[in-house]
Design a protein around this ligand. Structure first.
Ligand SMILES: [Zn+2]
Length: 58
C-alpha cells in the first residue's frame, strides 16, 4: 500500500482506498471522491502542477 495525495483537495489517501483515479500525461492521480476527479478533469494541468518535489527525481 502507498499513501498518495489527492491533488484537488490535498487529502492524503491510500491508493487502495481511492474512490476514483484519473490519468494525465502518463501519470495516475488518485481522488477521495468523484467530485475531486471531475474538478481535476476540468483543469488537469493546474492540479498536476501542484505536485510536490519540484525538479529532478524519478
Ligand atoms: Zn479529494
Amino acid at each position: 500500500m502507498a499513501m498518495v495525495k489527492d491533488p484537488v483537495c490535498g487529502m492524503r489517501i491510500d491508493e487502495d482506498e481511492a474512490e476514483t483515479t484519473s490519468e494525465y500525461e502518463g501519470k495516475e492521480y488518485y481522488f477521495c471522491s468523484q467530485e475531486c476527479k471531475e474538478e481535476f478533469d476540468k483543469d488537469p494541468e493546474f492540479y498536476a502542477e501542484g505536485k510536490t518535489g519540484g525538479a529532478g527525481g524519478d
